[in-house]
Design a protein around this ligand. Structure first.
Ligand code: ZN
Ligand code: ZN
Length: 209
């Protein structure tokens, strides 16, 4: 375990922490990014949260995603500012204050920023309902960057049950999504309607039949 100095540069690649851009899927949420970073470097959640912004910060209370210091996080993860901003999105009232997830995406080790948008009731990739609470304890988890959530990758932050399709750990943390799925999530992130023949279009059609 490396010695942690809580210097804002201490979690950068130059100190031996790793993060690979190829671990990220399109529009991966800031939560998904930090889950992978913490997991791959065996870092406790409070330590990661302490490095999201300079200045005073209670890692257990945490901060809102839009409160992170983008250049600091980009340097920590070794990715572009644009990529961090894509994972944060805009601050507006149509973002769910609780973690929303697609169980099938979570099984793939993926949480998209799009999943937080209230205009989507279903996953743009799988067409399955987005879940805003845990299937086991039924409690919602605040969509907030705090130690509790970062310490529970792809799980409920309260009872720590996996929020995956199978109820077990994701089978992969960073395998690339198929091209069709990448297109589906990108269209949703940009606000375009789903492509004809996608699972979402098919499920909408079924609902209206
Ligand atoms: Zn999905
Ligand atoms: Zn739970």
């Amino acid at each position: 375990m490396p010695i942690l100095t809580f210097d804002e540069r201490a979690l950068s690649a130059s100190f031996g922490y790793v993060f690979r851009t190829r671990w990220l899927q399109p529009y991966e949420s800031i939560v998904g990014m930090l889950w992978k970073f913490a997991r791959m470097n065996r870092l406790p959640g409070h330590c990661v949260v302490m490095h999201l912004r300079s200045g005073e910060l209670d890692p257990y209370a945490g901060i809102e995603p839009f409160e992170v210091d983008v250049p600091v996080v980009a340097r920590m993860l070794g990715i572009t500012h644009k990529r961090v901003r894509e994972g944060i999105g805009n601050q507006h009232p149509h973002v769910c204050p609780f973690l929303r997830s697609c169980a099938r995406c979570m099984s793939l080790g993926y949480h998209a920023r799009v999943h937080q948008l209230l205009r989507y009731e279903t996953c743009p990739i799988h067409g399955q309902p987005l879940q805003a609470s845990c299937r086991h304890c039924h409690r919602p988890c605040a969509y907030r960057l705090n130690a509790l959530l970062i310490d529970a990758p792809f799980r409920c932050a309260h009872c720590r049950a996996y929020r995956t399709h199978t109820g077990t750990a994701p089978t992969t943390w960073h395998a690339s999504l198929p091209a069709r799925d990448r297109t589906a999530i990108t269209r949703a992130a940009l606000g375009y309607p789903p492509a004809t023949g996608s699972p979402v279009t098919n499920s909408l059609r079924r609902r209206h039949d």
